[in-house]
Design a protein around this ligand. Structure first.
Ligand code: FES
Length: 98
């Protein structure tokens, strides 16, 4: 069972998704899809409302940046990484392992 289809994901336009009680920020870059925890590790902001540039997402609230590939905080004020979830793509179906 898929969590969403590739068609629902626009290039570099993150989408917030809830699964198993977790808020997840899903981003498509080219043919790849990345899933990280949606809540910024600095404070309570949704990363899906941030800006994506390359493999980086910037939190809209105070500008912390995270690497979508590994969840690492790369720019202050965030210092803690965010959780990363494995993504499987099968045809048009996208499944996120929570
Ligand atoms: S809440 Fe994201 S940088 Fe402060």
């Amino acid at each position: 069972m898929s969590d969403l289809s590739l068609d629902q994901l626009q290039e570099s336009k993150p989408l917030r998704l809830e699964k198993s009680g977790k808020a997840i920020c899903v981003t498509r870059i080219g043919s790849e899809v990345f899933a990280i925890a949606d809540t910024c590790s600095h404070s309570d902001a949704s990363l899906a409302e941030g800006e994506v540039s390359g493999f980086t997402i910037e939190c809209w609230l105070h500008g912390a940046q995270f690497d979508l590939r590994n969840g690492q905080a790369t720019t202050p004020p965030a210092t803690q990484s965010v959780e990363v979830f494995a993504v499987r793509i099968d045809g048009d179906s996208v499944m996120i392992d929570v």
